[in-house]
Design a binder for this molecule. Structure first.
Ligand code: ADP
Ligand code: ASP
Ligand code: MG
Length: 603
């Protein structure tokens, strides 16, 4: 008899009838011989309505009282589901997070789970009951009993954490779509279902806007090797399997606070090509990377900075062997670009032959901005200047001068208490070339772009800026430094731009503003009218031409790319907010992700 954890989301328990049909499904699973722990969300849009209510009585409600309020939504649905099960003759009991003993850190509204008591659940299971647990909530300690919530969408995380703690055979997430799709079907009606996806890919997609799973639930599944499936509440179809590598065994204690970094990786075979002053115009990136792809050159990191005046800088890295050809392509294109947009002036090509890339990797970095900040601080203390930064949910990479590499690795290994390993190109190229280069696409319309002008170009500036933001628990993404240096009062400066969640933008701006006298940079600008469109797939590693195809799809729609950032398995572009959906649809179609079935999403 297997123990299974099932989780039902808000829409799936949105009415009395739907709760009854969930009860039917639970009952059938018990009839098939399984023990069951069921995690439920609040009914329908209850949590949103509670947030609205709070805002009616307070302009800035305390986070403690918000948790007190929001946690009530789940308490309603656990009781109702338990009653519906009892009505079917199935013994069941509902338990809140506190009653189970889901202990979290004392961070209201975004608490991480520290540990889960399993005794009480086990006892009820042994008595033949289905245990119905409130998702999204916990308590600070078994003596304090302060109610916490895990962050919006956090019931997925409750379910996977319970599956890990109970060593359940599987965790099944039931929702209002047939599984994980190649894009959000509400935005891309011909998105298609995937039978499986790796946890690395899902981590990226979830954090880039595919809210079908809470990213932290994927992190736990990956760390503990939980068998995770996403399925429809309305059908018996198998849904999507999220594949995790066999994990090392880990204690359940400190569940979500495990070592955030598993390894330091490095690659000394890198060279950089930068193209300065390219016109800020649709189609430029497509043209450059189209020609690079035509030469079969594989590009690793790509960044495109915010535009200064009417031009951008684009920089990318290739393996050293490819540098001469990549440089030739860039040099051949530069004059042509000027003809295309004459006012832009002459584009200039800069190369750096001796680069290295150092990375920290680990699934525990999600939502912990302090980890990247610690990396930048460590490198600054070792006197290493950061030339390019690339962030993803599971990896932060910095391109640095090759001569600094050994020092950088030693400092990082010590700082994070891990060992280092060189990048193994053979291992990173997927052996099976039938793996699609792009698994899915996502759109994030909740981001804002912050630009800091005239940041003095010396080691430690990025570290200080991102430490400051991390201290205020502001996560940043797509960090990009401009390639060209400008002298301000004799001091070389660069611009740094990055994206943050819109809800954090005002806070980030004021924190940065206050630090101007101390850090000595220029003005700070915020743009909320942006959208980030991303493609994700482990199959893009070692395959030339993927970035080019994405840029070309956007160019064909006359969509201007404002920023580009890549990691090994994702490419993200910032575009104007009102072009976001069109951009997502264009990119989705360009990689042949569309199916011929239309997914109907129930209201
Ligand atoms: P639940 O209440 O069941 O947790 P959510 O609303 O949190 O449901 O997540 C399901 C929704 O996620 C879908 O209705 C869909 O609109 C959205 N979504 C976004 N990206 C994807 C994707 N790639 N695949 C499936 N659904 C997605
Ligand atoms: N009810 C919570 C929310 O709406 C948690 C969840 O549904 O996962 O965010
Ligand atoms: Mg959800």
């Amino acid at each position: 008899m297997a123990l299974i954890v099932q989780k039902y989301g808000g829409t799936s328990v949105g009415s009395a009838e739907r709760i009854q049909s969930v009860a039917q499904r639970v009952w059938q699973t018990v009839q098939a011989g399984h023990s069951l722990v069921v995690v439920v969300s609040a009914m329908g849009k209850t949590t949103d309505q509670l947030v609205k209510l709070a805002n009616q009585v307070s302009s800035n409600p305390s986070r403690r009282e918000m948790d007190m309020l929001l946690s009530t939504g789940e308490q309603v649905s656990i009781a109702l589901l338990s009653m519906a099960l009892q009505e079917l003759g199935q013994p069941a009991i509902s338990l809140t997070g506190a009653q189970v003993g889901i202990v979290t850190e004392a961070e209201h509204s975004r608490a991480r789970i520290l540990s889960i008591e399993t005794n009480r659940i086990q006892r009820h299971l042994q008595d033949g009951k289905v245990v119905v647990v409130a998702g999204f909530q916990g308590i600070t300690s078994l003596t304090d009993l302060e109610i916490t919530t895990l962050g919006r969408g956090g019931s997925d995380t409750s379910a996977v954490a319970l599956a890990a703690a109970l060593r359940a055979e599987a965790c099944e997430i039931y929702t209002d779509v047939p599984g994980i799709l190649t894009a959000d079907p509400r935005l891309v009606p011909d998105a298609q279902l995937m039978a499986e996806i790796t946890s690395d890919e899902m981590l990226e997609l979830a954090s880039l806007g595919a809210k079908v799973l809470h990213p932290r639930s994927v992190e736990i599944a990956r760390n503990y090797g939980v068998t995770l499936v996403v399925r429809s509440s309305w059908s018996d179809d198998p849904g999507t399997k999220v594949l995790s590598p066999m994990p090392q065994s880990r204690p359940i204690e400190g569940l979500e606070l495990v070592h955030p970094v598993d390894a330091v990786e490095f690659d000394t075979d890198q060279a950089k090509v930068a193209l300065l002053r390219v016109p800020d115009h649709p189609g430029i990136a497509a043209r450059l990377f189209g020609e690079i792809a035509a030469q079969q050159l594989d590009v690793d990191l790509i960044i495109q900075s915010i535009h200064e005046g009417n031009t951008n800088d684009i920089a990318f890295t290739v393996v050293k062997d490819s540098l001469n050809r990549a440089e030739a392509v860039a040099a051949a294109i530069a004059p042509a670009l000027r003809n295309q947009v004459p006012a832009a002036g002459e584009a200039e090509v800069m190369v750096d032959r001796h680069m290295a890339k150092v990375s920290i990797a680990g699934a525990g970095m999600i939502g912990r901005p302090g980890v990247a900040a610690h990396m930048f601080g460590t490198l600054a203390a070792a006197g290493v200047n950061l030339q390019m930064i690339s962030t993803s949910e599971v990896k932060v990479s910095c391109a640095i001068a090759a001569e600094d590499c050994d020092r950088a690795i030693a400092a990082l290994c010590q700082a994070f208490n891990v060992t280092s390993s060189p990048l193994n190109r053979e291992a990173t190229v997927p052996p099976n070339q039938t793996v699609p280069p792009v698994r899915g696409a996502a759109l994030d319309r909740q981001q804002a772009r912050i630009a800091i002008r005239y940041v003095p170009d010396r080691p430690g500036m990025a570290a200080r800026i991102f430490k400051l933001l991390a201290d205020h628990v502001i996560s940043v993404d797509m960090i990009i430094q401009s390639q060209r240096c400008r002298l301000v009062n004799g001091v070389p400066t660069r611009d740094i731009a990055f994206t943050v969640a819109q809800v954090d933008a005002a806070n980030a701006q004021s924190v940065l503003q206050q630090a101007i006298p101390d850090l000595g940079y220029g003005e700070i600008t915020v743009d909320e009218a942006i959208a980030k469109v991303s493609i994700v797939g482990t199959g893009m590693i070692g395959r030339p031409g993927i970035a080019a195809r994405m840029f070309e799809a956007l160019a064909k729609q006359q969509i201007n790319i404002q920023m580009i950032a890549t990691s090994e398995i994702k490419i993200s572009c910032v575009v104007a907010e009102d072009e976001g959906i069109k951009a997502l649809q264009a990119v989705h179609a360009a990689f042949g992700l569309a199916g011929n079935q239309q997914i109907q999403v129930p209201a």
